[in-house]
Write a protein that binds this ligand. Structure first.
Ligand SMILES: CC(C)(COP(=O)(O)OP(=O)(O)OC[C@H]1O[C@@H](n2cnc3c(N)ncnc32)[C@H](O)[C@@H]1OP(=O)(O)O)[C@@H](O)C(=O)NCCC(=O)NCCS
Length: 105
C-alpha cells in the first residue's frame, strides 16, 4: 500500500510513502506502487517536486527510489527516535520535468 501527501500547495511539494508485505518483496510491487503515487502527484495534483525519505540502511527502499528516477539529495540528521537511538533519514526527490522526461521515453 502507499500514500501520497501534499506537503505544500503553495510550493507544489508532495511526499510518497509505501510498504509491501514481506512475502511479496522483490517482485516489483514496491516500484509499481511508487510509480502510481508519482503519477497521482504529478498528473492529478500538479506537484512540482515529490520527495521520499527512508532509513539510510534500507537498501531495498533506496533501490525502489532509484528505479523511480529519484535523486538522492542527502541525509537528514536525527529525524526519528527509535528504541536503539536517533535515526537519520535519506531523502530522495524527483521534479515534474524529470518525471515527464522519464515517462515519455
Ligand atoms: C521497500 C519496499 C517497499 C520494497 O518493496 P518491493 O515490493 O520488494 O520492491 P521492488 O520489488 O519493486 O524492488 C525492490 C528492489 O530492492 C532490491 N533489494 C532488496 N533488498 C536489497 C538489498 N539488501 N540491497 C540492495 N538492493 C536490495 C531488489 O533487488 C529490488 O531491485 P531490482 O528490481 O533492481 O532487483 C519493501 O521492502 C518494504 O515494504 N519495506 C518496509 C517499508 C519501507 O521501507 N518503506 C519505504 C519507506 S517510504
Amino acid at each position: 500500500m502507499g500514500e501520497f501527501h501534499i506537503r505544500s500547495l503553495t510550493h507544489a511539494q508532495g511526499e510518497i510513502q509505501y510498504v509491501t508485505h514481506p512475502r511479496l518483496w522483490g517482485h516489483g510491487l514496491g516500484t509499481a506502487i511508487g510509480r502510481q503515487l508519482l503519477h497521482i502527484g504529478f498528473h492529478q495534483h500538479g506537484m512540482h517536486r515529490i520527495y521520499a525519505t527512508c532509513d539510510p540502511r534500507n537498501a531495498a527502499s533506496a533501490a525502489v527510489l532509484n528505479k523511480l528516477g529519484m535523486t538522492h539529495e542527502g541525509h537528514l540528521r536525527h529525524t526519528m527516535e527509535l528504541r536503539d537511538g536517533w535515526r537519520d533519514s535519506a531523502i530522495f526527490s524527483i521534479l515534474a520535468t524529470e518525471w515527464r522526461t522519464n515517462t515519455s521515453s
